[in-house]
Design a protein around this ligand. Structure first.
Ligand code: ATP
Ligand code: MG
Length: 399
């Protein structure tokens, strides 16, 4: 067993000594079987959060109504969740409620895919009633129970299927795939926030190209914000090797691929409810990419873009040309670093200087002069010194 599990085993033992059951569950068990590194373990137990609080002195309430509590144990925090079924699937009148149950099997049955429905006890023994380990071995994504029913209960699972396809490269089992094709429209009921979280994991997956293709092929794309008109363009992305792009760069690539205007791009990204800062970065990537498709990097564009956007743009540009992703990046960086200034604030003059030198009433002309100074410094026509700039500006603006 991996060290992460070994460290947590005494915690499971303590719960058992108090008369309850406790297991490792979910992604960590799946990844363990896959031989992957594990970040953190999730624990499922027959004890209720209140009962867990009585066993451990240090706990933090995070989502007691969902049965989850954090236990601090030997300096590490663990999410411990009570076995449960989700009431919304049984009782449509009370959609947000969960039912705590005492049986592990019931808890495993509510989980999405067989590979995610494996429990492991503190000694490393698996409890695997849905043959999840076999699915992992065969590299198959298969729902626990009938796919159509499970997607009707929670349509997000369809996106999860595709994002696991993206991360693991597993194929989607036939009946599960058919249900993906039939029930995509149920995603309309799912909040954008939940879709976004899965979509970004998809964009980061090793098999992202296949996953994007799958979204298009199954028609799920039609129920994702802003993407329905672009099936063909998304399918064409399979011709591009985009595996090394960051998530933000992936967004930029998608926007470019669907040939969206700058105005529409802003709407599109807002519809996805991305954070403002991220939206801005993606818009900039799109802007400079459109420019880069027509022109080489001019000094002014490099300066305006800044290092991160410059590099990101060039990486997407390379992907679009099927070139090695980091082609030209070194030389671009060298050029960028040799710019006399990297931002406007580094200019050794201020608006007040300009006003004093020219002795005219303030107005938009000050900004124009500052821009002129900035361009002159960037192009090496004058040194970035207060005195040199004064002399140069006065000489150029004599009339
Ligand atoms: P990751 O490694 O990306 O965190 P994960 O499998 O741990 O993958 P989580 O979203 O962290 O995914 O969920 C933890 C577990 O909870 C899953 O393995 C699965 O058993 C269950 N689960 C999560 N979301 C759902 C859902 N929508 N329906 C059913 N079960 C779910
Ligand atoms: Mg997880």
């Amino acid at each position: 067993m991996k060290e992460t599990f070994q460290k947590a085993a005494p915690l499971l033992l303590k719960i058992e000594e108090a008369g309850f059951e406790a297991y490792f569950v979910g992604g960590s068990v799946r990844d363990h079987i896959l031989g992957k590194a594990i970040a953190d373990v999730d624990i499922a137990t027959s004890a209720t959060p209140e009962e867990i609080k009585r066993i451990f002195p240090k706990t933090i309430d995070v989502g007691i109504e969902h049965g989850t509590i954090i236990v601090l144990f030997n300096g590490i925090s663990y999410e411990v969740t009570t076995f449960r079924t989700e009431a919304e699937y049984v009782d449509f009148r009370r959609p947000t409620e969960v039912h705590f149950v005492r049986s592990l099997e019931e808890d495993l049955r509510r989980r999405d895919f067989t590979m995610n429905a494996i429990a492991m006890d503190k000694d490393g023994e698996f409890i695997d009633p849905y043959e999840g380990a076999l699915a992992i071995k065969k590299q198959v994504i298969k729902t626990v129970g009938r796919a159509g029913d499970r997607f009707n209960e929670d349509a997000l699972r369809m996106m999860r299927a595709v994002r696991f396809h993206s991360q693991l490269g597993f194929r989607i089992e036939e009946a599960t795939l058919q249900a993906l094709e039939s029930y995509g429209s149920l995603l309309e009921k799912i909040s954008v926030e939940r879709k976004l979280a899965e979509f970004e994991k998809l964009l980061g997956g090793k098999y992202r190209k296949n996953a994007l293709q799958l979204l298009a092929d199954t028609g799920i794309l039609n129920f994702l914000p802003g993407l329905s008109p672009y099936k063909k363009q998304i399918q064409q992305m399979t011709q591009l090797d985009c595996i090394e792009l960051s998530i933000v760069e992936m967004w930029g690539l998608i926007l470019f691929q669907i040939q969206i205007s700058m105005n529409k791009a802003a709407e599109f990204l807002k519809e996805w409810k991305l954070p403002v800062k991220k939206i801005k970065a993606i818009q900039q990537l799109l802007f400079y990419l459109n420019d880069r498709m027509k022109n080489p990097w001019f000094t002014k564009a490099m300066f305006d873009a800044g290092e991160e956007i410059l590099i990101g743009t060039e990486r997407i540009f390379n992907v679009l040309h099927n070139d090695e992703i980091n082609l030209n990046i070194e030389s671009l960086l060298t050029k960028y670093h040799s710019l006399p200034i990297k931002q406007r604030s580094e200019l050794q003059i201020t608006g007040t200087d300009v006003q004093n030198w020219f002795q005219r009433t303030p107005g938009p002309w000050i900004k124009e002069i500052l821009e002129e100074a900035e361009m002159a410094v960037l192009n090496g026509h004058v040194e970035n010194h207060n005195n040199s700039l004064k002399e140069w500006l006065l000489r150029c603006n004599q009339n």
